[in-house]
Design a protein around this ligand. Structure first.
Ligand code: KET
Length: 406
């Protein structure tokens, strides 16, 4: 047999986030714990399908008039309208003035990619500034879409808070027109968000320099437990009449991870521009995946258009957010009780699904080897993967890592 034509293909490393689950799955230990990927687990450590999602799915299954035809290139029209309303607000003037185009995409990642490819083709400035640090997939998505990626200062490890002056300085010296990626809320991985005042200053600076905001909203409702409050940053930018992009994901807030449901919205200055922008988005989508899947978007549309189901969703979402907040408190208390050296108050201060612990790569490796705890090597832990039962194990591991593996 002759050699494979692919014989020279080298083994690629696992993904820094999803690869953590691969390693976790191989571990035989009964105490193993996966705090890698940002996926919600119940107190029993099980994945959660929201009741309201089950209900919507049942309704869809029972509806014999439903068919499996292709959706339009831009996706389910109802889903797009309702998604725009969810992120920009029910009374958004931009929506009323038809200045927003929304297209259904493959969850948050696909929405970012479509938005970035549109910008690479049609926007004059090809540089996108991403926060340092940011979600590990951002630079790859934007580079492959044809943008050039630079970073702006965001997080200060010494204060475990926002490097606000560094952020303003870096955005202030960005070339006019540059694209800026902003996490709408619950910044991943740091859990550090600007305050309302700081958002307003960021807005003023960006508008004065003509920087184009591209919001990544993967955690709406997960930061505060309130869907409207978590969209405030975006709404601030839309309220000034300026333009922006927003990528929305329903993976976390509706627990639809594997359904791959999301939307890209582009807010334009006029309805006429929005129509032309949409026509070009179709040219990006058609050769990429032709048109998006119907099931997940139908679930979302069913829930968003029914007042009772919407309320039920927001209650279930709040319960998830609250459980994460209580995990923060429990982990913090457990470390205090053990007298673990260091200030751990950032665990209760940080926002959203993750705690950016400050543990280094060696300490993380130690915790995985000795305690079978899996997390990303940057020291990020998914609080949503923790339960009252597993907090002591994690606290023991952190304590041991800090006192012996430094
Ligand atoms: N943006 C951010 C900031 C983000 O954290 C994720 C997912 C996404 C977009 C994309 O999610 P999607 O499933 O495409 O809607 N983050 C988690 C999962 C992952 O890495 O894919 C995570 O950071 O664990």
């Amino acid at each position: 047999m002759s050699d494979s034509v692919f014989a020279s293909v080298v083994q690629a490393p696992e993904d820094p986030i999803l690869g953590v689950t691969v390693a976790y799955n191989k571990d035989q230990s009964p105490v193993k714990l996966n705090l890698g990927v940002g996926a919600y687990r119940t107190e029993e450590g099980k994945p959660l399908v929201l009741n309201v999602v089950r209900k919507a799915e049942q309704m869809l299954v029972n509806d014999q008039s439903r068919v499996k035809e292709y959706l339009p290139i831009t996706g389910l029209a109802d889903f797009n309208k309702l998604s725009a309303k969810l992120i920009f607000g029910a009374n958004s003037p931009a929506i009323q003035e038809n200045r927003v185009t929304t297209v259904q995409c493959l969850s948050g990642t696909g929405s970012l990619r479509v938005g970035a490819e549109f910008l690479a083709r049609h926007y004059h400035e090809k540089t996108i500034y991403i926060p340092q640090p940011t979600w590990g997939n951002h630079p790859k998505v934007f580079t492959l879409a044809g943008l050039s990626v630079k970073s702006y200062r965001y997080y200060d490890p010494s204060t475990r808070g926002l490097d606000f002056s560094g952020l303003l300085e870096d955005l202030g010296s960005a070339p006019s027109g540059a694209i800026v990626l902003l996490h709408a809320c619950a910044h991943n991985p740091t859990g550090v968000d600007p305050t309302s005042d700081q958002w307003e200053q960021i807005r003023q600076l960006m508008r004065s320099k003509g920087l184009l905001p591209f919001f990544d909203s993967a955690y709406q409702g997960f930061a505060s437990g309130n869907l409207d409050a978590d969209a405030e940053s975006i709404r601030l930018f839309v309220a000034d009449g300026g333009e922006c992009l927003a990528a929305q994901s329903y993976a976390k807030n509706m627990g639809l991870y594997g359904e791959r449901v999301g939307a890209l919205s582009i807010v334009c200055k006029t309805a006429d521009v929005a129509t032309r922008v949409e026509s070009q988005l179709k040219l990006v989508i058609r050769p990429m995946f032709s048109n998006p899947p119907i099931h997940g978007a139908s679930i979302v549309a069913t829930i968003l258009k029914d007042g009772d189901m919407y309320t039920e969703w927001s209650v279930e979402l709040k319960a998830m957010a609250d459980r994460i907040i209580s995990m923060r408190q429990q982990l913090y208390d457990a470390l205090c009780a053990r007298g673990t050296p260091g200030d751990w108050s950032h665990i209760i201060k940080q926002i959203g699904m993750f705690t950016f612990t400050g543990l280094n790569t060696n300490q993380v490796a130690f915790m995985t080897k000795e305690y079978h705890i899996y997390m990303t090597s940057d020291g990020r832990i998914s609080m949503a993967g923790l339960s009252s039962k597993t907090v002591p194990h994690l606290a023991d591991a952190i304590h041991a890592a800090v006192t012996s593996a430094a």
